[in-house]
Design a protein around this ligand. Structure first.
Ligand code: DGL
Length: 273
């Protein structure tokens, strides 16, 4: 059988923070990462645009033969996943699978809260889609959810300003706003793949009783479980310890900035979608 890498997609760099954790739990597997840096951020784009861009990326991965595509981007998971799973995949590649990162997070969120009150911090697109409340309500209807879009955080990370004192204003502003909305919140979900990079700064301003929850390890554990439950997909995944990186943007820029998210040097190739 011709085995191929597991595909990991993000609008840009953020999915590298997910890939890092996935690789730590599945070290032998091959991965192919694509960042649509030429067209990111997706956070403020319309449903249709995010869907079209994400579909193009999925089609590219399928052309490379990848049996499984992970949308390691909350915005793409919120705005494109369902249509791709229900409408496109059965037509273009019924034997392949596309998974997102919202459902696996919703499945375990209840375990992370004692008060049953959580806050979701994400891009404008993720928050407006209502995907988190919808998915969490299906699984844990007892959970009380507050949401807030934090549109200034992605640009801070993209410009490597997120740990500087200049970032303090927008970190405090969003944290105060969501915690004011519900003072019983004990868990804040970082529902954007850029936000884990801000953890040191968020911890500075977050009250100690509130836990900051990143998604990387949740997604990695969920993927381990998925591969165990789906041997027909797992047996098509290559395991030669290879990871390759692709960007629709500038490769030098991707290599310089990507290591911030991935924690190691990356060496990307350019691709046009
Ligand atoms: N990767 C996106 C997410 O997780 C954030 C960056 C963007 O807006 O494209 O929502």
């Amino acid at each position: 059988m011709n085995k191929k890498p597991i595909a990991v997609f993000d609008s840009g760099y953020g999915g590298l923070s997910i890939l890092k954790e996935v690789q730590a739990m599945l070290p032998g597997y091959d991965f192919m990462y694509l960042g649509d840096n030429a067209r990111s951020p997706y956070g403020s784009r319309s449903f249709d645009t995010v869907y079209q861009y994400t579909l193009q990326a999925v089609q590219w991965f399928l052309k490379q033969g990848c049996p499984l595509v992970i949308l390691a981007c909350n915005t793409a998971s919120a705005k494109a996943l369902r249509t791709i799973q229900q409408k496109d995949l059965p037509r273009i590649s019924p034997q392949s699978r596309v998974l997102g990162i919202i459902r696996p997070t919703a499945e375990v969120i209840a375990k992370h809260t004692d008060t049953g009150h959580i806050g979701i911090l994400g891009t404008t697109g993720t928050v407006e889609s209502g995907s988190y409340p919808i998915e969490i309500n299906k699984i844990s209807p007892q959970i009380h959810i507050s949401q807030l879009a934090c549109p200034m955080w992605v640009p801070l990370v993209e410009n490597n300003e997120h740990l500087q004192t200049g970032a303090d204003y927008f970190v405090k502003k969003y944290l105060q706003e969501i915690l004011r909305a519900d003072d019983a919140i004990d868990t804040l979900l970082l529902a954007c793949t850029h936000y884990p990079l801000m953890l040191p700064k968020l911890q500075e301003f977050c009250p100690p009783k509130v836990k900051l929850l990143a998604q990387g390890q949740i997604i990695a554990a969920s993927l381990v479980d998925y591969l165990q439950r789906h041997p027909e997909i797992e047996e098509r995944c290559a395991q030669n310890h290879n990871v390759s990186f692709y960007t629709t943007g500038d490769t030098n820029h991707f290599n310089n900035h990507g290591s911030l998210f991935y924690g190691r040097q990356v060496d990307a190739m350019h691709v046009a979608l």
